[in-house]
Ligand binder design. Structure first.
Ligand code: ACO
Length: 311
């Protein structure tokens, strides 16, 4: 009966075991999981744009090869995650439709422009660093296909983070102009990186239920603090200044204190009013339209295969 199924679901979560596609699950869990996975997938796909912007202008063959590999990884992550959403009964075309019509979200961070090649390094260091911080605990998320996808995604994110840090190290050992570029990119990306973790806990409508279902393992503020704590020593090693005068070690808490985040800015970016929202969406829409012939050809090929199988 329904209540037996529900009890089985609750017990599985309680024992820290995974929910699998064949299992019964409550509608709310399915909806939340599809929402999070879809937003995550959309972020990977839109996330190809800011850095893709630099592929043709990378300063060397080595940097170009690294950047190409990274952006291709992001496409792969997006495809994996759409597949994970499909195991919950979501329709891939519908998810794409919802993205390009603005009915589903993607990460705020990808609505900021990439002005110099130092941005490639800073995105690797801070944005991918924040992504790792957020995603490593998701390897223990209660939904099996999502958790397993996270394992490979996190390994690739580590490569992304390392390539960014190595690029910045190289630039910091270069000319004064290169050091200034790194500092400028850090100034622009620091606060938006902190916003990636989502609204503060007292203004995060989904956290309590997602924690109870073990979809999320930590709150937004917990992960944000963890990110600040791990990044401050990295900034010191690099020799860049994080643009926050209130950043200071708090021995009592055993954490770094940091300044107030501009939540109005996050709200504005999430609701479509960030510096590059319109451009990112227009580009994605155009790419989808340009790909129409591929989808038609694939559907026609599949139809012929089926016909042959019947004959
Ligand atoms: N950018 C855009 N939307 C956001 C952001 C953000 N930085 N932070 C929160 N939101 C949205 C939430 O998705 C939610 O949207 P809804 O209207 O669909 O409910 C709303 O704001 C309220 O936030 P929360 O209640 O805190 O939402 P949630 O519990 O889902 O937590 C979080 C948000 C932490 C981003 C979570 O969904 C998550 O961990 N997702 C997986 C990681 C991910 O998507 N990463 C993508 C960017 S990193 C990268 O790929 C390189």
């Amino acid at each position: 009966s329904e209540s037996d199924l529900e009890r089985h679901f609750e017990e599985t979560i309680g024992r820290d075991q995974r929910i699998e596609p064949r299992d019964w699950l409550p509608e709310g869990y399915r909806k939340t999981m599809i929402r999070q996975i879809a937003q995550h997938a959309h972020s990977e796909i839109i996330g190809m744009q800011p850095e893709g912007n630099w592929i043709t202008r990378a300063p060397s063959l080595r940097r170009k090869a690294i950047l190409l590999a990274k952006v291709q990884d992001e496409a792969g992550h997006g495809l994996y995650l759409y597949s994970a959403a499909e195991t919950l009964g979501a329709d891939r075309d519908e998810l794409t439709e919802k993205l390009i019509s603005g009915r589903q979200k993607y990460s705020s961070i990808f609505n900021y422009p990439t002005l110099t090649f130092a941005d490639v390094g800073v995105i690797g260091w801070l944005v991918d660093g924040a992504a790792i911080c957020n995603q490593v605990p998701l390897c223990r998320s209660s939904y099996g296909p999502y958790a397993r996808a996270m394992i490979r995604i996190c390994k690739e994110e580590s490569f992304h983070q390392r390539q960014g840090y190595e690029l910045l190290m190289t630039m910091m050992n270069g000319t004064q102009q290169q050091r200034d570029m790194v500092q400028d990119a850090t100034n622009r990306f620091w606060w938006p990186s902190l916003m990636m973790f989502g609204p503060p806990d007292d203004d995060s409508p989904n956290t309590a239920q997602s924690m109870a279902w073990k979809i999320k393992r930590h709150t937004n503020d917990e992960l944000r603090q963890r990110f600040v704590d791990m990044t401050v020593p990295q900034a010191e090693a690099l020799g860049v200044t994080l643009p926050d005068p209130d950043l200071a070690w708090n021995a009592e808490r055993g954490h770094y204190d940091f300044g107030r985040i501009d939540w109005a800015e996050l709200k504005q970016v999430i609701s479509g009013g960030g510096p590059c929202n319109a451009e990112r969406m227009a580009r994605r829409r155009q790419a989808h339209e340009d790909g129409a012939w591929v989808r038609e050809a694939a559907a026609e090929h599949a139809r012929k295969q089926r016909e042959r199988a019947v004959a």
